[in-house]
Design a protein around this ligand. Structure first.
Ligand SMILES: *Cc1c(COP(=O)(O)O)cnc(C)c1O
Length: 364
């Protein structure tokens, strides 16, 4: 309400405040508020100099956004297979995909579980690659003693409606690098030489166009929501963690499903809670299982159809199901069940009951 009443609806000091608080929370030097994580990923690749003819390594097990921005810059998305255990990128498959044109790798902290960052950063530094993290699921995920956002060259967060904190639509680009931060900020505002903050402070209306940029800034209305949501970040995590633990209690004895595994070095954000079906023990496939959940009015869904199983990546980039055997196989077995901070015990019990009933009725 303060923002609405102030009349300063965008390009004012709320977005700046959100950036400063976010950088402080993560322990990063620079944070740039933008209108989506997709925009942040696009700016990140531009800022490290990805251009026509380059290659960027992207896990196939991700949402459309991670790879499409590579294509927008005229580069090739070179896909990577995942680990069966946590659906994060398999570090063992990275090096064989590196060529002289490879510029970067984009780890995705799947469902909010951290990728093997020590191994990934080691491969990147030995091969001169930048690390651009897609952390759309990963606030506030921790890898060993570090928060996600303090490890790679650039980390991109999402504040889309379904993510762990939200501004409706929104994102944040975080980096330790001053040149990357400067380039990303400039390109986020039409490639202009000054941002709104400078103008506000100096009262100067002068600017120059330095490059053909984008319109990717976050409004002050959205940033106001972000400031308040950020304050609740740890509280919301605790609420999700309690509910994740409750699912373990309710479901861990069901032999036909596998629950997520979490190593001691990881703090999961619990953005998503995935089940893996043991299809050898069931008479139905995942799609049938999902339909039966949905018939019970439970919004289970699939995250995600791997990129290489989508028409665009098959027809334009020539990928086939056999290229990534782990992702192809695990895709047939995964489903996500509802998990959100305000979910009641009764609601979780109803979800668990549905899973048990469907398993019961379709056991081999
Ligand atoms: C949601 C999501 C994005 C995109 O986030 P937006 O803020 O909607 O642009 C990118 N990557 C992954 C893995 C996501 O889940």
């Amino acid at each position: 309400m303060e923002t609405l009443r102030s009349g300063w609806l965008t390009r004012g000091d709320k977005a700046k405040e959100f950036e400063l608080r976010f950088a402080e929370k993560i322990g990063a030097r620079y944070a740039i508020a933008v209108n989506s994580a997709t925009s942040a990923l696009h700016l990140a690749l531009d800022a490290i100099g990805v251009t026509r003819g380059d290659e960027v390594l992207v896990p196939t097990m991700t949402f459309a956004a991670t790879a499409e921005v590579v294509v927008h810059l005229g580069a090739k998305p070179v896909l990577l297979d995942c680990l069966e255990e946590n659906l994060c990128v398999d570090p063992a498959g990275i090096e064989e995909k590196i060529t002289p044109r490879t510029k970067a790798i984009m780890p995705v902290h799947f469902a909010g579980y951290p990728c093997e960052m020590d191994q990934i950063c080691d491969i990147a530094s030995r091969n001169g690659l930048k690390v651009i993290e897609d952390a759309a699921h990963a606030l506030p995920t921790r890898y060993r003693d570090r928060l996600i956002g303090t490890i790679g060259d650039v980390t991109c967060f999402s504040f889309y409606a379904s993510k762990t904190i939200t501004t409706g639509e929104g994102g944040m680009l975080v980096t330790h690098s001053e040149p990357i931060a400067k380039r990303a900020r400039m390109m986020s505002m039409h490639g202009l030489s000054r941002d709104a903050w400078d103008r506000f402070v100096t009262e100067s209306r002068q600017y120059e166009i330095l490059d053909a940029g984008y319109k990717y800034n976050l409004s002050d209305i959205a940033a106001s929501l972000g400031v308040v949501q950020l304050d609740r970040c740890e509280e919301l995590l605790e609420m999700r963690t309690i509910r994740a633990n409750r699912y373990y209690e309710l479901l861990q004895d069901v032999r036909e499903i596998t629950l997520p595994t979490v190593s001691s070095y990881a703090r999961h954000s619990w953005h998503l809670f995935l089940l893996k079906l043991d299809l050898d023990r069931l008479r139905i496939g995942r799609d049938d299982f999902l339909r039966q959940m949905n018939d019970r009015r439970i919004e289970a869904t699939v995250h995600y159809r791997p990129l290489h199983l989508n028409p665009y990546y098959q027809t334009v980039w020539g990928y086939t199901p056999e290229d990534f055997p782990v992702a192809t196989d695990v895709y047939e077995r995964i489903l996500s069940i509802p998990l959100y901070p305000s979910m009641s015990e009764q609601q979780q019990e109803r979800v668990a009951r549905a899973v048990r009933d469907i398993v019961e009725a379709n056991r081999k």
